[in-house]
Design a protein around this ligand. Structure first.
Ligand code: PNS
Length: 165
């Protein structure tokens, strides 16, 4: 039987920490579907299409990985895609409460879907899309924390006048 996991998130934008987790997840699962939540309520720096594009470019055709977008309940999407697990990364202590809450809710909603946590690689333990965006916004160099394609997009986004972003 094929073991498929959904790796869900906002990916605004994808970081090297996310990529590390996907590559390590592939040592456990036969296939990973990286799925971006279509969330019209939340404000994102990058559009859904840009985030999908950056993820696809960063993964560079890696085998056994698919990039997709979903709306509605994550467990419903997982079941519909034939996935039996949700993969999430755990960084420092601050992630625990939110992740546990989400995992327990997902379990309540569908007991057939298991949440699997992988500890984020040490190099990425304190990085997040939000902190990277903040640094980049003020001209900070985030090369090495994000894939090259994302770095280029961040530089382009923040070097333009605010009204053209
Ligand atoms: O990277 P993020 O923004 O922390 O990802 C959050 C995400 C997309 C995994 C979470 O918001 C989600 O799964 N939303 C889908 C709606 C849902 O199923 N909610 C109930 C369980 S919390």
């Amino acid at each position: 039987m094929e073991h498929v996991a959904i790796y869900p998130g906002s990916f605004d934008p994808v970081t090297n920490g996310h990529l590390d987790l996907i590559h390590r997840g592939l040592k456990i699962f036969d296939r990973i579907i990286v799925a971006i939540l279509k969330n019209p309520k939340k404000q994102f720096l990058f559009t859904l299409d840009e985030r999908l594009e950056m993820l696809r470019a960063s993964l560079n055709g890696a085998p056994h990985v698919e990039v997709d977008a979903f709306d509605g309940l994550l467990v419903d999407y997982a079941a519909q895609r034939g996935a039996s697990a949700v993969l999430r990364g755990l960084r420092a202590l601050s992630d625990f409460e939110y992740e546990f809450q989400m995992a327990l809710m997902n379990r309540r909603l569908n007991r057939e879907i298991q949440t699997v946590f992988l500890m984020t690689g040490m190099r990425w333990i304190y990085t997040s899309s939000s902190i990277i965006k903040e640094a980049a916004q003020f001209g900070g160099d985030v090369k090495g924390m994000v894939p090259a394609v994302v770095n280029e997009r961040l530089v382009a986004k923040f070097s333009r006048p605010a009204d053209r972003r």
